[in-house]
Design a protein around this ligand. Structure first.
Ligand code: BGC
Length: 771
């Protein structure tokens, strides 16, 4: 997008900048209202409009509008919680392309999405808008979406950069996290998306990171994002995220949104009068703002906004995303054997298809599963069972619960199969606050248990933006996860329930058994000022795997109406090194009777023990169509990034020499195929030589091992004998282990090294690691 087709050239933009006064430049640093940039009429610099996405166009016409529901009528596509479960780059490309068209048709320069914060806890109120607990998946899918939107010459705003992983006090809370964890988990998705798709803009988050506001953090915005990753676009603030605008400009945040009514611009102007460095920074910001404005303005297109056509696409994307979590054979419903069907739960007629807050879309049509199933000729009886949004008043709720449950049991008693449309009420998950627990409303769980006790077949169909507990999981016959499936969710659900569509979604997040099992349980949204990311890189499946914990449903899990078999994993070579690529190919066979799509996943396991690492990490995925009885080959390309971890000592990614394992299969907990691969690197981790450097570190390192051994050979070392008080009972293995932790200062004293020899040893060691 940046430097895009037919745009003003960079030198033309510089010419315009020469004509701008410093005051005009400062005026460009913030929006003119809630949704527009600032124009400069004197020089015909236009204002451009931005609008929320990410799963539909929320164009608000009202100036200074803060009402979330007063946008134009548009199509609500499935929210990211759903689309991510498609694991389908094609669906993301389709979604991006359609939204790009809609933006062009509506004169919207930039769609405020995608949102890719990591699902650190299932409780985060905005998880429904985010893609995954896995940064590779989030990065890959968002890059595809960004490229597709931007092909239409509409910008995107990758958000919320970064570590905005809870809603609790999101404007003032500091996410305190070590650098390695940031790089591998919380920044990785952004890095992938920036490198692969160069979003036109990035929206910085509200929160502080290790005590500094995200948008005022030069390390994050200038060093990592721009210098390291090569981001060329504009950085804008989240709405109202600015604390100190001058610090923001200095850090490289170009645009404050929405308007500050000129207040912050005036502050910047005043400060710039005595600060030439700040003037330079302002110029950099203004250049990027104008680049962004003209990239859109110079490439205006007609754009298509056909609500009916796009509704159909919303259905097709949801059909790729629905996850079949359990099925004892009851699904797909067979009209011949299903008998009379009871449809229970208000969500059947009033589906929850999107979340609350800034992503809320004003829709024209919403389909519901009851009407869609009836249209297919199924004989249905209906009972509300429970309200989609339960009454707040406890007495009212208690009365309603009894009455609705009684009615539901009556309806169910006259039927053979029961479909329960359950889910989270709107008020349970939304932007602005987090969930307090992972449970469905009690009245829903109680009713499902009662319905199971009838002995009839029970299918639960879920509408939720994040994982829920399922106390009835063993008792029901099937579970279908719709997530927040967009405005066509009813048709999509009916198509999957009746087998017109074979389900092919898989979970992009772990469903834990209990909240207490989750990695951030003790450190999530419970401190007013700081949230400490104590679990480090062990987020999502990385945590549950490391702790060998059972989960309700694992990351990457999802069933189909057909069955697949994996065979013949082969690698293009058995070893690779920095800069090389490797192809892994696997054969996937559809061994069932109907066509289906399978999401094939590739994970890498590090056996080198170079540092503490997750057991497996996702490094490749693909969704493939396999006709019944046929096989297809699926290939993945791997390179250093598939094996590396982030070394803060090196300040770079590092893959140690040694053995790794490639694992392939249908889910993170079902990886039937594996193959070893060797990685070789000439990169050495820095080793600082001080009196505190340990024998263990020195003996493990080829550069220093010989020097230390020579010292041992030349002296009668007590350390070698297991320390000052060693006795006969100390075994060889114990000696090695004890030596491991001893620092050089002990080598010097216990080996009785003279001052001269000690200095020589230190100098030799330093020279060896400098080479
Ligand atoms: C949200 C952003 C959104 C912006 C504009 C903020 O509250 O965090 O995601 O794009 O509002 O609506």
């Amino acid at each position: 997008m940046t430097g895009g087709f037919m745009s003003h050239s960079d030198s033309q933009i510089r010419e315009i900048m020469e004509k701008l006064t410093l005051e005009e430049k400062c005026s460009l640093l913030s929006g003119s209202d809630f949704w527009h940039s600032q124009p400069v009429e004197r020089l015909d610099i236009p204002a451009v409009m931005v609008s929320d996405g990410p799963h539909g166009l929320r164009k608000q016409d009202v100036e200074h509008s803060t009402g979330v529901n007063d946008s134009i009528q548009a199509v609500c596509f499935p929210a990211a919680c759903a689309t991510s479960a498609s694991f389908d780059r094609k669906s993301y490309a389709r979604l991006g392309s359609v939204l790009g068209d809609e933006c062009q048709a509506q004169g919207v320069s930039t769609l405020l999405g995608p949102a890719i914060n990591i699902k650190r806890s299932p409780l985060c109120g905005r998880n429904f808008e985010y893609i995954s607990e896995d940064p590779y998946l989030a990065g890959e899918l968002s890059a595809t979406y960004i490229n597709a939107v931007q092909e239409k010459h509409v910008g995107t705003s990758l958000k919320h950069f970064a570590l905005n992983d809870q809603e609790y006090r999101r404007l003032t809370n500091s996410s305190d996290c070590d650098e390695r964890t940031m790089r591998e988990i919380y920044l990785k998705g952004f890095e992938i998306a920036v490198r692969k798709s160069q979003p036109a803009t990035i929206m910085h988050s509200y929160n502080l990171i290790n005590g500094t506001y995200a948008g005022e953090n030069p390390w994050l915005i200038s060093d990592v994002l721009r210098k390291e990753w090569g981001f060329k676009g504009l950085v804008m603030s989240d709405w109202g995220a600015v604390s100190d605008r001058i610090a923001g400009v200095k850090a490289g945040t170009d645009l404050e949104m929405p308007s500050s009514d000129g207040i912050n611009d005036a502050k910047v102007l005043k400060a710039a009068k005595n600060d030439p460095e700040l003037v330079k920074k302002i110029d950099e910001c203004v250049f990027r703002i104008l680049r962004w404005i003209y990239d859109f303005e110079d490439n205006r297109q007609q754009g298509e906004f056909d609500i009916e056509k796009h509704h159909k696409i919303a259905r097709e994307i949801e059909e790729e995303s629905i996850v079949l979590l359990k099925n004892d054979g009851i699904l797909p419903l067979d009209p011949a054997t299903a008998g009379k069907i009871a449809v229970i739960g208000e969500f059947a007629k009033k589906p929850r298809f999107q979340g609350g807050g800034s992503s809320h879309i004003n829709t024209k049509t919403v389909s519901n599963a009851f009407d869609s199933l009836e249209a297919y000729g199924l004989k249905l009886s209906y009972a509300k069972g429970f309200s989609a949004e339960p009454p707040k008043d406890k007495d009212l709720l208690a009365k309603e619960t009894v009455a609705l449950a009684d009615e539901a049991m009556k309806v169910a008693s006259g039927c053979d199969t029961i479909l329960v449309f359950a889910g989270l009420p709107d008020s349970f998950e939304s932007e602005g606050y987090d969930r307090k627990h992972m449970d469905l409303p009690e009245e829903q769980n109680e009713l499902i248990k009662k319905l199971c006790a009838t002995g009839k077949k029970v299918v639960v169909i879920l509408h939720n933006g994040s994982p829920v507990t399922m106390p009835w999981v063993k008792d029901v016959n099937a579970i279908l996860e719709l997530y927040l499936g967009g405005e066509a969710v009813g048709e999509a659900a009916a198509n999957v329930l009746t087998g017109r569509v074979n389900p092919s979604g898989k979970l992009a997040e772990t469903f834990p058994l209990r909240l207490e099992d989750t990695p951030s349980f003790l450190n999530f949204a419970n401190d007013k000022k700081h949230t400490v990311y104590t679990e480090g890189v062990f987020v999502g499946y990385r945590w549950y795997d490391a702790r060998k914990m059972d989960v309700l449903f694992p990351f990457g899990f999802g069933l189909s109406y057909t069955s697949f078999e994996y065979s013949n994993l082969r690698l293009s070579k058995s070893s690779i090194s920095d800069g090389e690529k490797l192809t892994a190919t696997v054969t996937v066979s559809n061994t069932g009777k109907i066509d289906g799509k399978e999401i094939v996943q590739l994970y890498v396991s590090d056996k080198t023990e170079s540092t503490v690492r997750p057991k497996i990490e996702l490094k490749g995925f693909d969704k493939v169509f396999v006709p019944a009885g046929k096989s297809v080959d699926v290939s993945f390309e791997l390179d250093k990034s598939s094996f590396a971890w982030y070394s803060t000592d090196l300040q770079d990614w590092y893959a140690a020499s040694g053995e790794y394992e490639i694992k392939v299969g249908p889910s993170s907990r079902d990886l039937p195929l594996s193959a070893p691969v060797a990685f070789t690197t000439s990169v050495k981790l820095p080793l600082e030589i001080t009196l505190d450097t340990t024998c263990g570190d020195l003996l493990k390192d080829e550069r220093t091992k010989g020097i230390l051994n020579k010292v041992f050979e030349a002296t009668t070392s007590e350390i070698e004998n297991g320390g000052a008080n060693a006795d006969e009972a100390i075994t060889e293995e114990m000696k090695i282990n004890m030596m491991d932790a001893h620092p050089l200062r002990n080598v010097i004293s216990w080996s009785h090294l003279s001052e001269e020899l000690a200095e020589k040893m230190m100098a030799d060691l330093r020279r060896a690691v400098e080479k």
